[in-house]
Design a protein around this ligand. Structure first.
Ligand SMILES: [Zn+2]
Length: 440
């Protein structure tokens, strides 16, 4: 069973042009399968049964934040003193050369604790609705809460999405209250608490930008989904998200802010990917692999004893470049043009299909969703999957089959797959027309 990972990267650095760079976390909340699986991360503990992990990129970002905050301590103190009457003595924080960086490190750690709590806000609400959380990971752009599934109920998505920013505001308020009760003279403590009060509220505001798949964009989709189909709401929210990403990227370019450009790029890709995924899921609602595969009875197959010479001749004649290999009705391998090419022309009579065929076969159940089959192909970087019904080989499904079916469904509105299976004649016709790209 395929799982969809919903990840929620959450932090960016926005540069404040006046007093210098201020790390300003933002939040994204999205579905992008590869991110969570490709990241190299290690677990540091768990909260409410959810593993908390640190990504390797986080180890780069933490010292960078510590440095940036430490280097900006003078201007930040001025802002805090002016806006909150903090009464912090900047000179006391710079008596040693390393002191500002130590304060910066503590503030940076506090910031990521805030980001973790933000993700925990999303996660605990999602958990309450029964969606398991794989992990919370801290990485380059902040935090990722990996949900096993994204709710399609607008109220649930709304509540999960808004929980993060609400937590950030509460963390900001709590930091402010602690700041207020900390006596004047505790300059370092008041600096960190004042700084976290401002940053956590800024984190909430940045995340509320309607840039899908950031939190604000998810809230937008949830609201749109009240009055239109989920897939349509996703497409609209994703279009707005991409527009925001472009603006963010341009702003990042003008401000020479690499991290903002990175976030913009990420938001753009993530919005596109999730919109595509949701569109496909909606179009393929109820369509199984069995509905779109080429059944085994219509497939051209070879036996393990077929010589490479014969195989190549059949490929030429039938214009297929891949053949399932059957032995006594059982599937034993797959032989492709690339496999046959490994044998030198003079030796093609001496070698057989069984010498070159691949036996590490990727299969999919006939009852699986068509969209899951495509995801499986994309994940493995392959163009075709063998379809099995328990142990039995029952057909073959290619990327082209899925894309063609998707095209037809999208252009014709919908197709009722629940009725009778296509007649044999229709099937055969479909096979001949699709023959060129069926075996890419
Ligand atoms: Zn969030």
């Amino acid at each position: 069973m395929m799982r969809i990972h919903t990840v929620s990267p959450v932090t960016s650095v926005v540069e404040n042009t006046r007093p210098g760079p201020h790390p300003l976390p933002g939040s994204v909340f999205k579905t992008l399968p590869p991110v969570s699986t490709h990241m190299k991360s290690f677990r540091i503990g768990s909260l409410f049964g959810i593993p908390i992990k640190l990504d390797l990129t986080f180890l780069l970002v933490l010292p960078l934040f510590a440095y940036l905050i430490g280097a900006q301590i003078g201007p930040v103190v001025e802002i805090l003193n002016a806006s909150m009457g903090a009464g912090i003595d900047a000179a006391a924080l710079t008596t040693e050369w390393w002191l500002p960086y130590l304060v910066g490190l503590i503030a940076a750690i506090g910031l990521f604790v805030g980001v973790t709590l933000h993700e925990l806000g999303h996660s605990l609400i999602a958990q309450r609705y029964g969606y398991p959380i794989d992990s919370i990971t801290l990485w380059l752009f902040g935090g990722i809460a990996a949900l096993s599934e994204m709710p399609e109920d607008w109220k649930q998505e709304f509540n999960i999405a808004i929980a993060g920013p609400i937590v950030s505001v509460l963390v900001g308020v709590a930091s402010y209250l602690l700041f207020v009760v900390t006596p004047v003279g505790f300059n370092g403590t008041r600096f960190v608490l004042g700084y976290l009060a401002v940053l956590n509220v800024a984190l909430a505001i940045f995340n509320m930008l309607p840039a899908f798949p950031m939190d604000g964009g998810r809230i937008l989709r949830a609201l749109l989904a009240r009055s239109r189909p989920y897939a349509r709401a996703t497409q609209q929210a994703a279009s707005i998200g991409k527009l925001f990403a472009i603006f963010m990227g341009l702003f990042g370019l003008l401000a020479f802010n690499i991290i903002l450009i990175g976030v913009a790029f990420f938001v753009y890709i993530a919005a596109s990917a999730e919109a595509q995924q949701v569109t496909m899921k909606a179009a393929f609602e109820g369509v199984t692999v069995a509905d779109i595969m080429t059944p085994a009875s219509d497939l051209h197959t070879v036996s393990p004893e077929t010589t490479i010479e014969d195989l190549l001749q059949r490929m030429f004649r039938e214009r297929h470049t891949g053949y399932p290999v059957l032995e006594g009705g059982h599937l034993v391998g797959l032989a492709t043009l690339a496999d046959a090419r490994e044998i030198k022309p003079v030796e093609r009579d001496a070698y057989r299909v069984e010498d070159v065929m691949s036996t590490d076969l990727k299969t999919v159940e006939a009852t699986a969703d068509a969209s899951d089959a495509l995801e499986e192909m994309q994940k493995n970087g392959i163009g075709r999957l063998l379809v099995v019904d328990r142990e039995d080989f029952v057909g073959l499904v290619t990327r082209t089959d899925v894309m063609t079916a998707l095209d037809i469904v999208q252009q014709s509105g919908s197709i009722d797959f629940s009725g009778e299976r296509p007649a044999a004649d229709d099937r055969e016709q479909a096979d001949t027309t699709g023959v060129d790209n069926r075996w890419p």
